[in-house]
Ligand binder design. Structure first.
Ligand code: NAP
Length: 279
């Protein structure tokens, strides 16, 4: 890590989200000036309101780019590309993009980041383990029944702490420019396996119930989920889970010189926080 006094501010977009909120404290612990970029931040940042972009880029040297909701949604690459152009014009010299593994649409955003003429690193990530404890799967797990439109295609779930550590290395260290890191966990698990691991860690019965995509989309819509959310989730559970990502990769090892964290360790630690306790 370079001397903090020489270091310009690092902007962490999605700084309150699953990876960003793990990146921020790690940077601060290293003495790096950090600005959180999100709608609820002191200086609000909103992807959908371009007037909020320039103020958060003031005096910034590097940016962690975590787009919301997903680089696969229509218009996302153009938005990320426009932000990257403004960032470079504002003096940013390093961009670290959180991307999705096996998402062709995300690769359009990667291409734009790689072409703006500054140091870049791409973190192409698998499904986060933390989706089970910090996102839409938390409630079903706590309730004892996880209903999903997925079969037996396995996924190498990756721990958000590993992603954050790689992000910090890429934002502050040397040797990561021009790298595309495929970030996965150390082994493949089906969603049923993952739920089993969580059941073991909590000592509770948690059922995994596979359903068709149509049933799943219908249930989400009936619960009042907006059409674009239904579309994104069904895309993630079908296209991204069609087998294209059913292999582990060595991105964590390459970036950090150590193996990634296992899902069982994640489940044990998350269970100990009480996050899946019944209300
Ligand atoms: N989850 C996964 O398994 C996974 C896997 C691979 C890649 N990814 C990628 O990771 C990225 C983040 O997704 P996530 O699901 O993990 O979300 P997340 O980072 O956990 O949460 C969303 C973050 O974005 C901010 N945010 C929400 N709406 C915003 C807006 N309109 N403008 C600016 N900031 C906004 C939120 O803060 P405020 O509410 O304060 O604005 C929060 O900091 C996505 O690009 C996704 O494709 C996710």
């Amino acid at each position: 890590m370079t001397n903090a006094r020489e270091q310009k501010t690092i902007l962490v977009l999605g700084g309150t989200g699953k990876t960003g909120r793990r990146v921020v404290p790690r940077l601060r612990a290293g003495g790096v000036p950090v600005r959180v970029g999100s709608r609820s931040a002191a200086q609000p940042f909103d992807w959908t309101d371009r007037t909020t972009w320039a103020p958060v880029l003031r005096d910034v040297g590097a940016v962690y780019v975590s787009f919301y909701p997903d680089l696969a949604v229509p218009g996302a690459p153009e938005t990320v590309g426009a932000f990257a152009d403004l960032a470079v014009a504002s003096g940013v010299t390093r961009l670290v993009l959180l991307s999705g593994r096996g998402e062709e649409e995300a690769q359009a955003a990667e291409k734009l980041i790689r072409s703006v003429g500054v140091e870049w690193t791409i973190l192409r990530s698998s499904w986060f383990s933390q989706n089970f404890s910090e996102d839409y799967l938390r409630e079903p797990v706590s309730g004892g029944e996880v209903v999903l439109p997925v079969g037996t295609v396995p996924e190498p779930f990756v721990d958000a702490d590993d992603i954050a550590e790689v992000a910090v290395a890429a934002l502050t260290g040397g040797g990561h420019a021009g790298q595309i890191y495929e970030l996965t966990g150390p082994r493949l698990l089906t969603f049923a396996d993952a739920v089993d691991e969580i059941a073991r860690a909590t000592g509770r019965r948690i059922d995994f119930v596979p359903v068709s995509v149509e049933e799943y989309a219908g249930a989400l819509a009936a619960e009042g989920a907006p059409a674009e959310v239904v579309e994104l989730l069904t895309y993630l559970f079908t296209t991204v889970l069609d087998g294209r990502n059913a292999q582990v990769a060595d991105g964590v090892q390459r970036a950090l010189g150590r193996p990634p964290r296992d899902f069982a360790d994640y489940a044990k630690d998350a269970a100990a926080t009480g996050v899946w306790d019944r209300a």
